[in-house]
Design a protein around this ligand. Structure first.
Ligand SMILES: *[C@@H]1O[C@H](CO)[C@@H](O)[C@H](O)[C@H]1NC(C)=O
Ligand SMILES: *[C@@H]1O[C@H](CO)[C@@H](O)[C@H](O)[C@H]1NC(C)=O
Ligand SMILES: *[C@@H]1O[C@H](CO)[C@@H](O)[C@H](O)[C@H]1NC(C)=O
Length: 363
């Protein structure tokens, strides 16, 4: 009786979820896949943020179709392949690896003729995936007061100025200026209330706050690149144009940051956040424009930061080991008591048997 009811209520809640996302707003149409999910397990000490994916081989990935973000229609899916997202945490930092097939495209200094990726996370409880937080105010009226609760956190990596395998993102120069810029590449830390009210961490419509930082680090790679001691800018474009292969984008960020302004998502071990992943590619060698990107879903994807405790209990090994060893201990105590008693009983019964010196026995 219980099971069918559970199944029905699950199906029911999935249907309700789909219906409510359908009616999100006007023309917006989203058939969000209720199974979509990204998990970051606790796996310390295996990842180096260098753009290479071999150290991720033992980490399960989550695979997503890439549909146009503004018109999530399967007819316009990114044709070269799906995106695999892997994540893990080491107790202090969270790590991401994004893998997507794509012919090698690289034009130095022109990020719109290179692939690009972004991650977006919910900060404010009322921030929607659709419209980057969904604050209804325009550019002249959005402020941290009028858009309170609609904050989203964004990391955007454009590789046109980034050497493959090198680390970009947070650095002392930009952190000294108190903002989320990246003067050495273009791996920036942003926040937004909607697509038109989008800023680097720190600056805002009411002035610049000097307490912000770029908390992200990241690197990129393509499988057609030849691994050697390291590239420099002169090696650009690093590999030959149009070579088949896979792009890799790897990132890390502390679970918690020193943000005071609701401009960074804060992650907690054992809790679920909401995230999205965007991908730009110069299809047919045509430069992309800002809103022309693919997305791994048409709504937030739940993002679990899994506690190592949850992993242990899900294996079920710990509790059964405890029960088994308790039983073994009890059993051995009982056998000890029984053997002591039997020994005592034998000795006391044989008390009357005279002691026979060994010399008297017939050897
Ligand atoms: C989110 O929206 C609800 C309902 O409109 C409102 O009660 C709540 O205060 C909002 N949260 C924030 C942080 O603004
Ligand atoms: C705020 O920062 C931006 C870029 O970080 C800069 O261009 C602008 O001049 C700054 N504004 C003020 C008022 O300091
Ligand atoms: C809004 O931003 C201004 C300028 O950065 C800051 O002084 C103020 O404390 C912020 N208010 C809230 C509610 O975050």
């Amino acid at each position: 009786m219980f099971r069918p009811f559970l199944v029905f209520s699950l199906v029911g809640s999935v249907l309700i979820g789909l219906v409510s996302s359908h009616s999100e707003s006007g023309e917006w149409h989203c058939d969000s896949d209720a199974e979509n999910r990204i998990e970051a397990e606790f796996k310390p000490g295996i990842i180096t943020v260098d753009g290479h994916a071999d150290d991720w081989s033992d980490v399960d990935g989550f695979e997503f179709s890439l549909l146009p973000a503004l018109d999530p229609d399967f007819d316009h899916e990114y044709k070269a392949g799906k995106m695999t997202v892997k994540a893990l945490h080491d107790g202090a930092d969270v790590f991401f690896m994004l893998q997507v097939d794509g012919d090698y495209a690289y034009t130095k200094g022109e990020s719109k003729k290179c692939p690009s990726v972004a991650l977006m996370f919910q900060i404010g409880e009322n921030a929607s995936y659709h419209n980057m937080g969904g604050c209804p105010e325009g550019t002249d009226s959005c402020t941290n007061k009028t858009c309170r609760g609609h904050e989203v956190d964004i990391m955007h990596f454009s590789i046109g100025t980034a050497i493959p395998g090198r680390l970009y993102g947070g650095n002392p120069v930009d952190s000294k200026n108190g903002n989320g810029a990246d003067s050495f590449g273009h791996l920036v830390d942003l926040y937004a209330w909607n697509p038109h009210c989008r800023y680097l961490d720190g600056p805002g419509p009411a002035g610049n706050d000097s307490s912000a930082q770029n908390n992200w680090k990241g690197a990129w790679w393509h499988s057609s690149l030849i691994v050697h001691s390291g590239f420099v800018e002169e090696d650009s474009p690093y590999a030959s144009d149009g070579k088949k292969g896979t792009y890799y984008f790897e990132f890390s960020r502390p679970l918690r940051t020193m943000d005071l302004l609701q401009q960074d998502a804060q992650f907690t071990i054992g809790l679920t956040s909401k995230m999205a992943v965007a991908f730009w590619y110069p299809v047919d060698k045509k430069p992309w424009y800002g809103s022309q990107h693919y997305s791994v879903g048409c709504d937030w994807v739940p993002f679990d930061i899994v506690s190592s405790k949850a992993l242990l209990s899900s294996l079920g090994s710990r509790s059964s080991w405890d029960a088994g060893s308790a039983f073994a201990l009890l059993f051995s105590v009982i056998s000890l008591c029984v053997s002591v008693f039997v020994g005592y009983w034998v000795v006391s019964r044989n008390k009357s048997v005279p002691f026979t010196p060994i010399s008297n026995s017939n050897l």
